[in-house]
Design a protein around this ligand. Structure first.
Ligand code: G3H
Ligand code: 13P
Ligand code: ZN
Length: 330
């Protein structure tokens, strides 16, 4: 059993309280590679932002769970080396799918876990989430639960409402489970194709998707005043990255994300954690494709992973400063 406290990591408790009170959101960036980790730390240090580094099941399979944990420990030391005296870094399990996965992460030094029982019948979601909370809280590890199913791109807008989190359930869920934060569904979804073009309005050549369900968010906030709310699926799918990818041989058609103004508005509410993964993948791919196209003789990975790292850092800094507002909060 390794405590995250010995690794210099923190849980989300204080961080979320300050974010809710201060009207900003903490960035939760997924990482699978060293370059992503370095870019996240550089961006967080330079903007003086707390940050959540999150690891999915897929990341654990790809990179090895132990390696990722040591990378997070390395992230804390790297942040100090870059001049941050007291980094506020959370190592979080993203979309934990079982008690065993959550326990394994807690035992190896994660400071926060998500148990995603959103696909289960309500009572089963409550029971599973409660079990994880009871284990995690013994070690001061914070837990994110989820209610409501994130809409997929196949769903019709008209049918989305049925996937939204039901405000009448949230109070009961939080009190029965003891979770520290709650992921909700108000119109975001995972990946780079969040909406079909026909669901959007075309404004000056740009697809503008339907707005998030701020009315549902408001009702949830009324049920749970001041309680930390999480938004998954919050990549904006920047057009410049998509265009670069397509310009240099990629084929990303009708990639549409959540407009940044909507996320900025959400950040000012009880939404205090915003999950971004796809945008980092786009930034990395765009930079690598550009190098491959412009310098076809290049074969030193540092010559394309370096620009990829720089491009991701730029993206992370932009999110922190211009969208979430978590800069200068250390
Ligand atoms: O929520 C999903 C995250 O973007 C992680 O994706 O499971 O492909 O690592 P992944
Ligand atoms: P995106 O696919 O929108 O980046 O969402 C990431 C996420 O929610 C990770 O849990
Ligand atoms: Zn997610």
């Amino acid at each position: 059993m390794i405590s995250y406290k010995d690794l210099g990591l923190v849980n989300t408790k204080e961080m979320f309280k300050k974010a809710v009170d201060g009207g900003y959101a903490i960035p939760a960036f997924n990482f699978n590679t060293m370059e992503q980790m370095q870019a996240i730390v550089q961006a967080a240090v330079e903007t003086k932002s707390p940050v959540i580094m999150q690891v999915s099941k897929g990341a654990r399979q790809y990179a090895n769970a132990t390696i990722l944990r040591y990378m997070a420990q390395g992230a804390v030391e790297y942040a100090k080396e870059l001049g941050c005296e007291k980094p506020q870094i959370v190592l979080h399990l993203d979309h934990g799918d079982s008690f065993e996965t959550c326990k394994s992460c807690i035992d190896m030094g994660f400071s926060s876990v998500m148990i995603d029982g959103s696909h289960l019948p309500y009572d089963e979601n409550v029971a599973l989430t409660k079990k994880v909370v009871e284990y995690a809280h013994q070690f001061d590890v914070t837990v994110e639960g989820e209610l409501g199913v994130l809409a997929g791109v196949e769903d019709e807008v008209s049918a989305e409402e049925s996937h939204y989190t039901k405000p009448e359930e949230v109070k009961d869920f939080v009190s029965k489970t003891g979770v520290d934060s709650l992921a909700i569904s108000i119109g975001t979804s995972h990946g780079a194709h969040k909406f079909k073009p026909e669901q959007c309005e075309l404004v000056n050549g740009v697809y503008v998707p339907p707005p998030l369900a701020f009315d549902v968010l408001k009702e949830i906030e009324t049920e749970l005043p001041g309680f930390p709310i999480v938004l998954h699926g919050s990549s904006s799918v920047p057009m410049d990255e998509v265009n670069t990818i397509n310009q240099f041989g990629g084929k990303l058609e009708a990639a549409i994300g959540i407009p940044e103004e909507q996320l900025r508005k959400a950040s000012e509410s009880a939404v205090c954690k915003i999950n971004i993964d796809s945008d980092s993948r786009l930034a990395m791919t765009a930079a690598i494709r550009k190098v491959f196209a412009e310098k076809p003789a290049e074969f030193d990975p540092r010559k394309y992973l370096g620009p990829a790292r720089d491009n991701m850092k730029k993206l992370y800094m932009h999110k922190i400063v211009n969208v979430l507002g978590s800069n200068d909060k250390l």
